[in-house]
Design a binder for this molecule. Structure first.
Ligand code: PMV
Length: 329
């Protein structure tokens, strides 16, 4: 049976989350926590989806009715993947194909590391490869971003772009602005273990932008300067400067109301163990934080985050985005 396999990395945002939604620059990079999406053709027109990690599966009719399901909240959990598959088939004018989709991921869900974007980008890539229409990266990004717009209202697309293109990138206004060919800083990722919805916190910032545009504008322009300085510090390999900029960025994220006591506990723990700097990463309100460290402080910062109740997410930078292959077995 012919199978297409897409392996998507996860991502961390180093600078500029939330402000990127209103047109600022964000800096992000891919990390080696893979999400593997495997797709094969099925007789008939059903779309069967299984998440191995969550132990759920469901079969959808082409119009989206659920034909059968197994496992807790299977339909709610798997419907977004059905939407991606349906959208991709329609885009290729190939509706009516039966598909069997399996997702296996090492990315913790709802923690700001891009689990849903990794699944969406992987699903688009695997289906288009299986059907013999592998899309260029712009189109994979476009498809995953269009879908995110349908589901979440006003996303910036930074997650989808990072995972599609990969590496260390600067992203602004719907496109990758620059790919930095430099060694990224040494980071520790700490997870609060508190799952939250990015949409809720994006909504909170939108409200501030609408009700207090002047205040928001001042904060956002400071955030833009931080992202620009961070590009320089990355290019020049200055982790101390990057750390200080992260601390500044965190202060602005607190001002717009997307931080949380759990995050701040881990951020303080990292700083008191002499990380160069630390901030939340992604949507905030829980989820993950990052700290820039040096070789000598790496172990100490990890321990300090764990002692403060966080889980350290072991991961390394990877210089590429989603990768696909075809397998016959
Ligand atoms: O999906 P998350 O939690 O990694 O956050 C994405 C980044 C935000 O800037 C908060 C939202 C967006 O659309 O850019």
């Amino acid at each position: 049976m012919l199978k297409a396999i897409a392996v998507s990395p996860a991502k961390v945002i180093l600078f500029g989350e939330h402000f990127v939604v209103s047109g600022n620059s964000a800096i992000s990079m891919t990390i080696d926590l893979p999400t593997v999406v495997t797709v094969e053709l099925l007789k008939g027109d059903e779309i069967q989806i299984r998440s191995e990690d969550l132990g759920v599966e469901a079969a959808f009719s082409p119009s989206g009715e659920i034909a059968q399901s197994a496992g807790a909240n299977a339909e709610d959990t798997l419907r977004p993947i059905f939407e991606v598959a349906d959208f991709t088939l329609k885009k290729l004018k190939q509706s009516g194909h039966g598909l069997k989709i399996a997702v296996k991921s090492r990315v913790p869900i709802g923690m700001g590391l891009g689990s849903s974007a990794a699944t969406a980008v992987g699903t688009v890539s695997a289906i288009t490869t299986l059907l013999g229409w592998p899309l260029p990266k712009e189109d994979v990004f476009d498809a995953a971003y269009s879908l995110e717009k349908i589901v979440h209202g006003h996303p910036s697309g930074v997650d989808q772009a990072t995972i599609t293109y990969g590496g260390l990138i600067s992203y602004r206004k719907g496109k990758v602005d620059a790919t930095l060919q430099v060694k990224p800083p040494m980071l520790i990722i700490g997870n609060t273990g508190k799952r939250r919805s990015t949409g809720e916190f994006v909504g909170r910032v939108k409200k501030l932008r609408e009700t207090e545009p002047k205040k928001y504008g001042t904060i956002a322009s400071e955030a833009q300067k931080i992202s620009e300085s961070a590009m320089g510090a990355l290019r020049n390999g200055q982790p101390e400067t990057l750390g200080a900029l992260m601390n500044e960025n965190q202060r602005l994220l607190e001002l717009v109301g997307v931080s949380s006591p759990d995050l701040e506990k881990l951020i303080s723990a990292a700083r008191s163990a002499e990380a160069f700097g630390a901030k939340l990463t992604g949507g905030g309100g829980g989820g993950c934080m990052i700290a820039v460290v040096g070789k000598t402080t790496c172990a100490r910062v990890s321990r300090s985050i764990q002692e403060a109740g966080g889980q350290v997410v072991p991961s390394e930078f990877v210089p590429h985005g989603v990768q696909t292959s075809l397998n016959e077995d």
